[in-house]
Design a protein around this ligand. Structure first.
Ligand SMILES: [Zn+2]
Length: 268
């Protein structure tokens, strides 16, 4: 069966108790939105807060606010950074980073043009598994619900590490749906580049493709050692439950993978 949803909700339908939208707000609270820097109302008419607990001003969702709060808390000088965001969207943290960073490069993968070129849409083309950026280009790489759509995540994490400056960080969200269970590959590419589905096809919304993005892997917490093994980056998981910032939902961990110079030397 093929599933599709706007913000990745279809994967998680089992988690919403079968309850659908309601005429009364399921949750409504006033607070401060860190992605649009405004005093707002956060409201959801659906029990699945991950996709429905919206900011009244910028329409951001909880994982976007969690990512931005992590950046504000742990990287207060982010405005001085050179940042690459892979697959940004048109709201929330993507917009704030694009406007606020010293240098911000947003990229999407367009299979019809070479990496490094600018697509007609204005976005730079980059393939996370083989990027055209030189080594040590960025202070921060950002991805939001992207790493569950990569066919070769080992290569992608290694590429992200290569393009980070020493001391730089990959900060990202990814739904860790398997939690303490082992990560599970849903789809892979064979030698000829054909997609092989090991589990029923599952698609999440994609800002540049109406067909959505295929989920290739359901991650568990073993993503942390996976990243270290394949990239040398050391990962911390942060989970915010912070209603004053409109942050409450399942599966909104923020992962911060650091390229620690001393650690790299130790491993060399
Ligand atoms: Zn907002």
């Amino acid at each position: 069966m093929t599933q599709k949803s706007e913000n990745g909700g279809a994967t998680f339908d089992d988690n919403n108790d079968g309850r659908g939208p309601s005429p009364e707000p399921f949750l409504s609270t006033k607070g401060y939105c860190v992605t649009c820097d405004s005093s707002v109302t956060f409201e959801s008419f659906h029990p699945w807060l991950r996709d429905h607990f919206l900011c009244s001003n910028c329409r951001s969702i909880p994982r976007e606010r969690a990512l931005m709060l992590a950046i504000e808390r742990f990287f207060p000088s982010w405005r001085e950074f050179r940042v690459h965001e892979s697959s940004p969207c048109g709201r929330g943290a993507s917009v704030k980073l694009r406007k606020g960073c010293r240098e911000y490069i947003g990229s999407h993968f367009f299979p019809d043009i070479p990496p490094g070129q600018t697509h007609a849409s204005g976005w730079r083309c980059e393939n996370l598994e083989a990027m055209s950026f030189p080594n040590e280009s960025f202070d921060m790489v950002v991805t939001q619900d992207v790493m569950e759509h990569i066919f070769d995540p080992a290569k992608a994490f290694a590429e992200i590490a290569r393009t980070l400056k020493p001391g730089g960080s990959h900060i990202f969200t990814v739904p860790i749906v398997r939690k303490e269970k082992e990560s599970q590959v849903r789809a892979l590419r064979d030698r000829n580049g054909n997609v092989v589905h090991l589990l029923p096809e599952n698609y999440h919304g994609n800002p540049i493709d109406a067909n959505g993005s295929l989920v290739t892997i359901d991650w568990g917490y073993d993503i942390v050692p996976f990243i270290e093994t394949h990239s040398g980056l050391l990962t911390t998981l942060v989970y915010f439950d912070d209603l004053a910032h409109g942050i409450r939902a399942e599966l909104i961990e923020v992962l911060i993978s650091r390229k620690l110079p001393a650690y790299s030397k130790l491993k060399a």
